[in-house]
Design a protein around this ligand. Structure first.
Ligand SMILES: [Zn+2]
Length: 401
């Protein structure tokens, strides 16, 4: 009899799990870590900010939603491949995956704000992944909208929007998933903000609020309706209409061609390690706004960026990047000429495009990156930019002094 009771006791939890009555499992992923520092600012590295904010979110959830089981992909400064991060979530059969990152825009020190990505189904061929993502599409997009709404409600006025993207951690996780960029490391004002405890707490509170709104909505099964309503806000949180339209004669007179040649923001990311095959999908989160060359920029996007630049103060800090080569046209991320290195960004110069890799305000870091890059691109060299203006390295170093 005793044996039978024990057996029954052991079976009950399995029964509950099998019928979806187990506690919710949410995975929080602090981007980068260990040798992968993410993007770098003047005084901080992305990996640390990501982890600090993630921990703050955990504190809030543990306190207010103790019933939800939380899993962190990393709790300290350690390196994990993107694949490992996805495996953690998939093996735990998690109900939600949230990746936390800081953005970087090379040559654009004034760019600021938040943005949140959900998985794009475009080009997804793996049947299992495609099926999971089709099923989760609404929920992922919903959380992305709620995230941007939450930042907006908290007074982060520059929302850069909700965007579908083929990011590895989004396309290889089997549950609703988003990646949120909490600010720009390349914007001094935002870097300073993210380096204060108050700033990080405020950001964590925004993420927490979005998660609670997601929880409430999905539990009430009103997520489809809520998503529809959020989409109908007509861009309120997508960064298009959050700011009053302003007229800047200089911007208006700028020829259309010029705008399209803007420096495409790119993050500082270390060279992908051999165990991580470089695919189109493995673009690092922070470069998610890098549009493939074939896709023309939408007018909204241009309008948005102009507004952002008008509003921001001017920190004017030089950024060092690595020029790999010059090319007559922008290349696809999978192009053999890039030898798996990426993300890269293109800057138009005369009739050519300079192909740039990485961006940092730290000259020593740029030199280190150069040494690594030269293994594949022996002719690569360091270039410096102030805003979108190409300056000499000497000038940049002088400015830093
Ligand atoms: Zn990142």
């Amino acid at each position: 009899m005793k044996k039978r009771i024990l057996l029954l006791f052991m079976l009950i939890p399995m029964f509950i799990n099998a019928h979806g009555l187990r506690p919710l499992v949410w995975v929080l992923d602090a981007g980068h870590g260990g040798k992968d520092m993410g993007c770098e600012g003047i005084k901080s590295q992305e990996k640390d900010i990501n982890l600090e904010i993630t921990k703050e979110v955990v504190k809030l959830l543990k306190k207010n939603k103790p019933g939800i089981r939380l899993i962190l992909t990393r709790e300290k400064d350690e390196f994990l491949s993107l694949e490992e991060r996805c495996n953690i979530a998939n093996q735990a059969n998690a109900d939600l995956f949230v990746s936390i990152h800081v953005n970087y825009a090379i040559g654009k020190p004034l760019l600021k704000g938040t943005e949140t990505y959900y998985s794009s189904l475009q080009g997804m061929t793996d049947a299992v992944l495609l099926s999971a993502h089709t099923k989760n599409a609404d929920k992922s997009e919903l959380l992305a909208w709620l995230m941007q709404k939450s930042y907006n409600d908290a007074g982060r006025e520059t929302s850069r929007g909700v965007k579908p993207e083929r990011l590895y951690v989004l396309t290889h996780t089997m549950m609703p998933a988003v990646l949120t960029e909490v600010g720009f490391m390349s914007n001094l004002e935002e870097e300073v903000y993210m380096n204060t405890k108050k700033g990080r707490r405020e950001i964590a509170q925004c993420i927490y609020n979005a998660l609670i709104a997601y929880y409430t909505t999905t539990q009430a099964k009103t997520h489809k309706k809520t998503l529809k309503n959020l989409r109908n806000t007509n861009g309120t949180y997508s960064g298009i209409k959050t700011e009053k339209p302003k007229v800047d004669p200089e911007v208006i007179e700028e020829p259309q061609e010029e705008k399209k040649q803007e420096v495409i923001p790119a993050p500082v990311e270390p060279t992908p390690t051999p165990e991580q095959p470089v695919t189109e999908e493995q673009k690092t989160p922070d470069m998610a706004e890098q549009t493939p060359p074939s896709e023309p920029q939408s007018p909204e996007k241009e309008e948005k960026e102009i507004t952002v630049e008008e509003q921001a103060p001017s920190p004017s800090l030089p950024v060092f990047s690595i020029q790999l080569f010059a090319t007559s046209k922008e290349l696809k991320a999978t192009d053999a000429q890039l030898q798996g290195l990426g993300p890269v960004t293109y800057v138009k110069a005369d009739n050519m495009f300079k192909c740039l890799y990485g961006g940092t305000t730290d000259y020593q870091q740029a030199k280190k990156t150069l040494t690594e890059v030269r293994e594949k691109f022996p002719d690569a060299f360091i270039v410096a930019y102030l805003g979108d203006k190409n300056i000499t390295t000497a000038e940049a170093l002088e400015m830093q002094r």
